[in-house]
Every structure is written in C-alpha cells, then in structure tokens.
Write a protein that binds this ligand. Structure first.
Ligand code: G
Ligand code: G
Ligand code: MN
Length: 418
C-alpha cells in the first residue's frame, strides 16, 4: 500500500538531513540536462565542470575547489542542469536544497528577486548561444518571452510601482500621522500617544498601512519615512507645547522596524532631528516587535541601549504574538510590553488567555517592566483590566487614532489644565 502523504511528510521532517555528502574520486556529482534539487558548497576536494555541446563535443569548463558553489543555477530557476560535474578526488560537499533557497527567496524583496532572475535568464541565454547546448530545442522560449513570463507571474510590477509612488509620497507631503491616546484607566488621563503612519495616495485615496509598511520595510524606504515621522512628531510636540506647556510629560510612541535598525546612521539621524527641533529625547518611546529581536539585526542591543541612555523608552509591540522568549526581557533593555490586542479580546472567553495576561503582569513587579493593554474595545475589558491592576490601556474604547487637529479637544477633556 502506498504511504499517505502525511506519513511521508512526517518521515521527511524527522529524517535527519545529511549535513555533508561525500563523493569518491571520479564520481558524477550532477549530470547536464537533469533536473537539480540542490546546489553544493564544496568543503573539501576538487571537481571538474564539463559541458556537452549540441554536436556531442565536450567542453572542459575548468575545475573548482573548496569555497566554491556548484549547481546553483538549477535551484534558482528550475531549469535542467547546464553542466556535468565530476569529482577529481574525494570531495565533501554541503547541500543547499531548493527548499532552503526558496525559503530565503520568498522573504526577499521582489526587485532583488526579479533582477537575479533576469541576470540568470540572460546568462543561460549566453551559454546556449555560445555552446549550442543539448538542452536547446525549438520550444525553448526566447529570453524575452521568459523574462516577460517571469515578471507577469510575480507581482513585481506592482511592487516597483508602489515603491516608486511611495518615494514621491515621502517628499511631497502625502504622508501624515494619526495619533492614538494611551490612557491611564484609573485617572482617565492621556499618558502618551502612539504615532501611526498614514498615506493619502493622490488616486487611490488612503492606502492601508499593512499594504505600504511591508513594502517600505522591504525596499528600505521605511528609513526615509521613519525620519519624516520623527521630524513630524517633534513639530507636533512643539506646536502642542505652545498651547499646553503643562503637558511636558506626555510621550509619543513611534513604530520602528528592523530595517531602521540595520541602517547604521539611523540613530545619529534621529538625534540630529531631535536637536534641530529642540525636542527632548525622553518625549519618545520606540516600539519594536519581538520579530525584530528575533532577527537580531546587527548591533540592535547597542542601539537600544543607546536609545535608553538618551532617555527614550523601549517598548515591545504586539507582545505574545511573535516567538516570545522571556530571555529577551533580560537580554535587551526593555521598558514596556504592549499586550497584543488578540489577547485582550480573548481574555473574557478564554481562561488560559486571562491567566497569560495575569502572568505577563507579574513582570511589572518582578522586572520593573511597564505593561500596556492594546486594542481595548469593551467596557467589560476595562473592568477586567482594572481588576488585574493593569492601568495602562489603548484602544477604540478610549479613542481611535486621530489627526493632530482633534487631539487638543481630547487632551483638554482628559488632562485639564490646572
Ligand atoms: O493603524 P494601524 O493600521 O496603523 O497600523 C498597522 C500597522 O502598521 C501596525 O502594526 C503598526 O505597527 C504599523 N505602523 C504604523 N505606523 C508605522 C510607522 O510609522 N512605522 C512602522 N515601521 N510601522 C508602522
Ligand atoms: O501593531 P500596532 O500595535 O502598532 O498597531 C496598532 C494598530 O491597532 C493600528 O492599526 C490601530 O489603528 C489599531 N487599533 C488601535 N486600537 C484598536 C482597537 O481597539 N481595536 C482594533 N481592532 N484595532 C485597534
Ligand atoms: Mn505599535
């Protein structure tokens, strides 16, 4: 009886992958024309690369040794192997499977994907022309056809267009911020504001952040956009201090991404913007996700420590949805956790979620970490949170994200001037 797909999947996932493969001298490692499932990184030994031309003659393409990669093309574009590779001596090779590669490509920026595909297609075309390869047949699509087909089957054109439009948006005033109050339940006062980026597209109207933020992060444009947001927050605070000089403790929480932290000059620029606007760093809280800590961009720990030395607070957003490891909490300088809104919603119906929130709250006493409940929508949730002594909350129940023009009224009502 054939084994079920599930059994096979389980077998595959538990069979230990061979970390390295050994070939004896003279063995064929891969054959021209075959479909390839993996590339190899040569650890030890030398190999010879051979190409058979259409007329049957064999071309010697030279040898490769430790540190080289062989068989990379087939796993990138799913075409037959363009050469035969034989070991000249005992070789140990590290396998890079098509799946390993596909996984990393899925996460890559679409423009990077498109350009690498096109370079590869053109390279294969040159190979075909120079060697009249066996694989050539009248049905082989022309390079132009292949490139067009590739571009069509991905959303690359839309991504490039969106990225170009976003570049224009940053410099031409199409971006703006909404602010959502973070409230003390017991006093009703606004403690701080979360700045949320919005894009008013000239033709498409308001583009939702979950459409443009991932693109902006993937393309690196978020760095420019974050810089714009920081400057905008400084100016808002300056305007506010004219009307309400008494609210000097009110903070603004800005969302930053891993891409921001990967840019070495990001924090220097941040400080420069603060100086230019004469804004105190301690007016800023920076929100990052657990995902960012997991990705561990270079020097993120140093950067966060620097933020803290400057007087900013470091906030973990959407806490509980990532790959939470409590070890982050002592590894990184973290001041505040924002309990993800999905937990706040389920707290009433699911006892384990209630218990989870309760244990998150113990971090406050044990580690001195502040806790904010996100996405509070119902009065009942507010009651439960105050019973748990979770005083800081944000959500539609208290206030929706709003333009700066509406802030004054909310602040005057909740934080009356004495
Ligand atoms: O209002 P809301 O739909 O804004 O936000 C959706 C998501 O977009 C949130 O997860 C939020 O963290 C993210 N986001 C909003 N504004 C910004 C911003 O200025 N920078 C970054 N990196 N993310 C933001
Ligand atoms: O991921 P982050 O926490 O930065 O995202 C904030 C997002 O949550 C914004 O899109 C904001 O509009 C949204 N938001 C704020 N309050 C509520 C709420 O009470 N309910 C829901 N569903 N979303 C909220
Ligand atoms: Mn946030």
């Amino acid at each position: 009886m054939p084994e079920s797909a599930t059994v096979n999947q389980v077998k595959q996932s538990i069979s230990t992958p061979k970390a390295e493969k050994v070939f004896r001298a003279g063995e064929t490692i891969m054959s021209q024309g075959e479909m390839g499932a993996c590339a190899y990184f040569i650890q030890e030994g030398r190999v010879r690369i051979l190409v058979e031309k259409g007329d049957g003659t064999i071309l010697d393409m030279g040898t490769r040794g430790p540190g080289s990669i062989i068989g990379e093309m087939a796993i990138v574009d799913n075409q037959p192997r363009s050469a035969t590779v034989k070991s000249l001596e005992r070789c140990t090779l590290l396998e890079i499977t098509k799946e390993d590669f596909a996984r990393s490509v899925r996460g890559a920026n679409p423009i990077v994907r498109l350009i690498s595909q096109v370079i590869l297609m053109r390279y294969r075309d040159i190979l075909r022309r120079s060697q009249t390869l066996l694989t050539e047949s009248p049905e082989t699509p022309s390079p132009e056809e292949s490139e067009r087909a590739y571009a069509e089957q991905t959303n690359v054109v839309e991504s490039i267009k969106l990225a170009n439009e976003f570049k224009v948006a940053i410099v031409s005033g199409q971006l703006f911020l909404h602010y959502q109050p973070i409230i003390s339940i017991s006093s009703g006062r606004v403690l701080g504001l979360e700045a949320l980026m919005r894009w008013r597209h000239p033709e498409r109207g308001i583009v939702p952040p979950d459409e443009f933020i991932p693109m902006a992060e993937g393309s690196g444009l978020i760095i420019e956009a974050s810089r714009w947001a920081i400057a905008e927050v400084c100016q808002m605070l300056n305007r506010l201090s004219v009307r309400r000089p008494d609210l000097e403790d009110l903070y603004v929480s800005v969302n930053l991404s891993a891409t921001d932290f990967e840019e070495e000059t990001f924090l220097d620029n941040f400080c420069r913007i603060l100086q230019e606007n004469q804004t105190q760093a301690n007016r800023f809280h920076i929100e990052i996700t657990e995902r960012l800590l997991l990705q561990q961009p270079k020097n993120v720990k140093n950067s966060l420590e620097r933020c803290r030395r400057l007087g900013m607070k470091v906030v973990i957003d959407d806490f509980g949805t990532g790959y939470s490891s409590l070890s982050y909490l002592h590894q990184y300088p973290i001041d505040t956790l924002k309990i993800d809104r999905s937990f706040v919603h389920e707290m009433r119906s699911d006892k384990t979620v209630f218990g989870l929130i309760k244990s998150i709250l113990t971090l406050r006493e044990n580690m001195g970490i502040d806790i904010v409940a996100e996405g509070v929508e119902e009065a009942e949730e507010v009651t439960l949170l105050s019973q748990l002594d979770c005083d800081n909350a944000q959500g539609y129940y208290f206030a929706r994200p709003m333009p700066e023009s509406e802030l004054a009224a909310v602040l005057d009502a909740r934080n009356p001037q004495v």
